[in-house]
Design a protein. Structure first.
Length: 94
């Protein structure tokens, strides 16, 4: 069952599909309430649209690690390094 927070955040990302922070919040909320697949999807999408916000990608990778999804964390960090080759924090996570 979808909870109220994730339902509201889904409405936000429908209105603002390029809002990486909204996607991140949706991913975090979905993981917290057990909506694992939706959470993974939202966090991956947040990392993809956060081209100018490396910190958000690092936060998404950290959430993946905390949830035990190491391949997803690695994928987000690799994407970060491709987009920001000088981002040392992203490199150190790999």
């Amino acid at each position: 069952m979808k909870n109220v927070t994730t339902r509201k955040l889904r409405e936000v990302v429908k209105r603002k599909p390029g809002d990486a922070r909204a996607w991140f919040a949706l991913g975090q909320a979905a993981l917290e309430c057990g909506e694992i697949d939706d959470g993974k999807h939202a966090l991956r999408h947040a990392a993809e649209v956060s081209l100018y916000d490396p910190d958000l990608s690092i936060s998404a990778a950290n959430l993946f690690v905390q949830a035990g999804f190491l391949p997803e964390a690695e994928s987000v960090l690799r994407h970060l390094v491709e987009q920001h080759p000088t981002e040392l924090e992203g490199r150190s996570g790999l």
